[in-house]
Design a protein around this ligand. Sequence first.
Ligand SMILES: Cc1cc2nc3c(=O)[nH]c(=O)nc-3n(C[C@H](O)[C@H](O)[C@H](O)COP(=O)(O)OP(=O)(O)OC[C@H]3O[C@@H](n4cnc5c(N)ncnc54)[C@H](O)[C@@H]3O)c2cc1C
Length: 463
Amino acid sequence: MMRLKHAQLRHLANSIALSESARAMVRIKRLPQNDKTNGWNVILPERTPNAALAGDQRADWLVLGGGYAGLAAARRLAENRPSDAIAIIDAGVMGENASARNSGFGIDIPHVTGSAQAQLQGAHRYMRLSRAAIDHLEGLVEAHGIECDWSRPGKFQTAVTGKGREKYLEPMAEMLSSLDEPFEWLDGAETAAKLGTEHFHASIYTPGCVLMNPAALTRGLADNLPGNVTLYENSPVIEFSQDNGIRLKTPAGSLYAPQMILATNAFTEEFGFYKQKLIPFHAHASLTRPLSVDEQKAYGSLEQWGVTPVNAFVSITMRYTKDRRILIRQDINYCPSLKVSLEEQQRVKVRHQRLFAERFPMLPDVTIDHTWTGFVCLSYNHAPGFGRIASNVYSAVCQNAIGVTQGTMSGMLAADMACEVDNPLLEDMASLGTPNTRPPRPFFDIGVKLRNGWDMWRDRHEA
Ligand SMILES: Cc1cc2nc3c(=O)[nH]c(=O)nc-3n(C[C@H](O)[C@H](O)[C@H](O)COP(=O)(O)OP(=O)(O)OC[C@H]3O[C@@H](n4cnc5c(N)ncnc54)[C@H](O)[C@@H]3O)c2cc1C
């Protein structure tokens, strides 16, 4: 592979202020706490996690975080440097951690962008990155026989009312036409025929989206890493220091390497980077039991489908899975504590059951079996936390809730940047910008709550 031109590398490296480099030693206060509620994982066969870090270990490269970004970074480092030892470390276990808890959409197109030339160019860059990630993941699913129900049935973007159609779907149709992207416009009756519910006023179908079981995918990616990668699970990093390299400390061991790729998404500020730039949200999802044969008949025995709403904060993402379950993802809220109580999850479960009943009255006895919570990381200007953030630290964080594709691509590209490997997609990634500074707390907290409240009220017709 060609080496990245020096000027290009300098430009990309400087795109993040190096002055943000972390202090010499940081104690990590907030750790991920996965509560073993992830329905996608519970329905899979048992998996034995890799051993936790123990004793003092060394590697040539560290990857901190085993989500889409970290797994992609570790794999790419291993490919770029086949004789180097790469260590990847995660607080949780594959299948329960954040990346395994999502709705399982590999999204290829932006929701809506303007029609100005620069915005369309931005959309093209976004699609190039997303589609490269989908192709990459599909290649791995095929090569390693990862059983995660991977398929490309596309997705429906739905509006519940005429207002939602005018405000969101019509501009989206315009955008897709300007981008020369294939799509199909469906009115209410046509949408109902595809989805088996009369809840929607209209929808736009686009064919490029992937659907899968995200727990099965992340487990499969982790269990098929190249031979020069060691994955440590159940290994929360409680101390991080930069002193002639990087040293990570866990309750039972320590890990040293000269360089690191940070892939900790919502937990990144803990390590002293992107201070006051990242915005953690929690999102909840529920999965029903599989429909019985009679229920499938009552429902209409449709093929699997995926729905994303016109406003992800107000309305609901849904799926009908290959194994005949229905997924509901609803409620995204600002969550600086990065913790959610079991009581709140119980309340969410009741709400999801009600939302399910409203949409599927023909399935009165279908119960929600699993409800879980995961964290996403947004930035004020929707830019990713990507690039070189200290002399020996690269970051692939802040996927703005599109982690399957954006996380995968940012991990791969962080590894290419770190190894000075030329990749034309680096330019696309750099063009997405870097996260803006947000106002300080508590002013920011109040602002987010007001903004969310306003958003919910303004688009309440889409709930
Ligand atoms: C309910 C829900 C639905 C979603 N639906 C979709 C969807 O359909 N499609 C989509 O593309 N995205 C979706 N998302 C967003 C997507 O899941 C995230 O964007 C994605 O997980 C980000 O991947 P990542 O690798 O950057 O970070 P993460 O998946 O958050 O991985 C970061 C890892 O870092 C580890 N870590 C953090 N701190 C430490 C520490 N101190 N020590 C050790 N390890 C640590 C964590 O354990 C974690 O595994 C959804 C999210 C949720 C919650």
